[in-house]
Every structure is written in C-alpha cells, then in structure tokens.
Write a protein that binds this ligand. Structure first.
Ligand code: MRU
Length: 347
C-alpha cells in the first residue's frame, strides 16, 4: 500500500536543536507554534495540553529530555546524569494515563545511563528515532486497520487520534485516512468529545483539510446513530492498553463500546505497541487523570454551569477487553484481545 499523506501541520517540530509545539488549545481558530526552551516549559505544555494524544506526549517528553540534559550538562559536567533525575520526574508527572510518556522517558533514561561526555548528540538522535518510529508505526497501522473494513463503510471516531495526537498520520485517523483513500470509508462521524472538544476542534479540522466528509455529533447522539444502522465500526485510539487487552481512552469510549456491542457495531482500537503496558495485569490498575473542574463548568473561560454546581472530570475511561473486537498495532492485529494474545503480540 502506498504511504498515506496528511496535510495537518505537525504537532511537534524539532528543528535546529529547538522544540516547537503547535498550540492545540488555540485550534482551529489559530495555528500558532510555541517554542519551548526548558524542561519546566515542556512539562507545563504537556500538562496544559498544548500538545496532547498519547504518542505525541511521549515524543514531546523525549525531546524534553534532550533539552534538560543540554542544560544539566552545561551546568555541571560531572553530575549531570544525577541532576537530570528531577527533570525526568517532572516530565513523568505531567499526565498520568498515557503510558507512552513513561515509555519514552524510560528509553531516554536507559541511554542517559550509558553516556560519557557531551550527551546532546546521542540523546537528540534517540528522540528523533522515537519520533520517526511513531511515523512508521502510524503508516503500518493505517494499512492494517483499513484492510479490515469493507467497501462503503461509515465509521464513528471519538476524541482526536490523528496527526495532532501522534508523530505521523495518526492511529484511528490513520486508518480512516487509508480507508477513505482506498474507497472503503465514505462517511466519518466524529463525537464532539466533551468537555475539551477534541472531536469538534481537532478531528473535524484534520478531516476537513483532507476533504474527508465529517459529521459531528454530541456523544449522547451515538446511540441513535447506531440504532439507525448508520455505522459499521467505531474506530478509536488509546492512551494505555493493559496486558489483558483492557483499553484506556478518552472518557466516553466505554459508552461507545457498550453501545456498539448492543447494536452489532464493531469496535476497533488502533495504537502503537508503545501504548501497550504489559506491566499492568488489567485496566483496573491504569491511573486515570482527573482534569480541572473548569474544563466542564466553563467554555472558553466563561462560566456556563450554574454557580455552586461541582464537576466530576475523569479524562479517560477503561473499556474491558471483551467489548473490543480488534486491537490494531504496528506489530499486527489482535482479534478478541486476551492476555495470551497480547503476550504473543508483545513477545
Ligand atoms: O486528553 P487527550 O486529548 O490527550 O486524550 C487523547 C486520547 O484519548 C486519544 O484518543 C489517545 O491518546 C489516542 S491518540 C493517538
């Protein structure tokens, strides 16, 4: 299959030894890049969701380590490895659910411990490799996922699992891009994805630029959509997949999976192997990030909820493996995921 192209501006740009992030808080109104000059700014950008989406967070953290190590080495050539520890911890704490963050940091740390002399070149090369591997994984998954679809499919996606959430063409949106390019997908429905509106602001923006027909709905309309037989697949990404195949993804994914099973719609999860956490036996153990109440009570900084109301704001939920029909990774496809099948996938 030929490479799938996307026209979305890159979420992460590493150029001339500087890190720039597309500020996703301002999309789709403004396309603005922020330059991040120190590790605290990188951690803050992840926490504030300047950059978001599990693979993109991991790649950003890897570049964050390059920036931090450059600084620490300039300050003290003898103790820089030890001095880097708090920086790694700061980055790791920025967002808890997407395991790609810890996966990328662990990879960088393993390299840090082997280095002598100026670490910049080796760490920069490793971060770029993590970035490039994600681009390649996206391409592979796009083809594998699209192969599972039949002609003239309509699909529903949730949150943003596109170019903005990864280094490449996206996970779920990579499959959707490939499915559209091969004529298998003719209509995409996208949940607006309350409360941060990744679907309305980011997914719709990406698809409109590709001239892929996209129709937004509020999450509450998904049952009606499925009841009317309008879609064949729900296609989503993931922030962490446990060893038994349980899937953490944007809050609302579990509702879609329950509905999909009820209405005979298939559920596809698309994620690179860096999202699989074989250390966690089941999804119950996945830490779930709680976002600030303002994200629900306010819209664009303006209070919309009744004064005095409180908010419950888990950013992710966990879909049990039994509700997932297929997990697509760059290593291959797992139907009806289970511990045995995930072990065999991950080696
Ligand atoms: O809170 P976000 O926007 O970082 O959440 C992102 C998601 O839940 C995505 O679906 C997931 O990270 C997969 S992205 C390829």
């Amino acid at each position: 299959m030929s490479a799938i192209i996307d026209n979305t501006p890159s979420a992460i740009v590493w150029m001339q030894e500087e890190l720039k992030l597309l500020d996703q808080r301002q999309l789709p109104q403004l396309v603005v890049y922020l330059q991040l000059d120190d590790v605290a700014a990188v951690a803050d950008a992840i926490r504030q969701m300047v950059v978001r989406g599990a693979p993109a967070i991991g790649i950003t953290a890897a570049y964050g380590v390059v920036i931090a190590a450059r600084q620490r080495y300039a300050e003290n050539r003898q103790t820089w490895q030890r001095d880097l520890e708090p920086d790694l911890e700061l980055l790791a704490a920025a967002r808890p659910t997407a395991v790609n963050l810890c996966w990328a940091l662990q990879r960088m740390k393993t390299l840090v411990l082997t280095l002598e002399g100026d670490p910049f070149g080796a760490l920069e090369a490793e971060a770029i490799l993590i970035h490039q591997e994600d681009i390649a994984a996206n391409q592979k998954m796009a083809g594998l996922g699209a192969d599972l679809l039949v002609a003239d499919s309509a699909v529903l996606t949730h949150c943003n699992a596109g170019a903005l959430a990864t280094g490449g063409v996206g996970t779920a949106l990579g499959v959707i891009r490939a499915g559209f390019a091969s004529g298998k997908i003719d209509q995409v429905f996208a949940d607006e994805t309350r409360p941060w509106l990744q679907g309305a602001r980011l997914t719709a923006w990406e698809l409109v630029q590709e001239q892929i027909p996209v129709t937004l709905l509020c999450e509450g309309a998904a049952a009606r959509l499925m009841q009317q037989g309008k879609i064949g697949w729900v296609i989503v990404g993931s922030d962490r997949i446990a060893a038994n195949g349980d899937v953490a993804n944007k809050i609302g994914t579990l509702s879609l999976a329950v509905l999909a099973r009820h209405f005979g719609v298939k559920m596809m999860v698309v994620a690179p192997s860096s999202t699989v956490d074989m250390q966690l036996a089941s999804g119950d153990l996945i830490p779930i990030e709680q976002r600030g109440a303002d994200e629900l009570l306010e819209l664009e900084g303006k209070r919309i909820a009744a004064e005095g109301a409180q908010a419950w704001t888990p950013a992710f939920d966990v879909t049990p493996a039994e509700l997932v029909d297929v997990i697509v990774t760059e290593r291959g496809v797992v139907w009806q995921p289970s511990l045995e099948k995930m072990k065999s996938l991950m080696g």
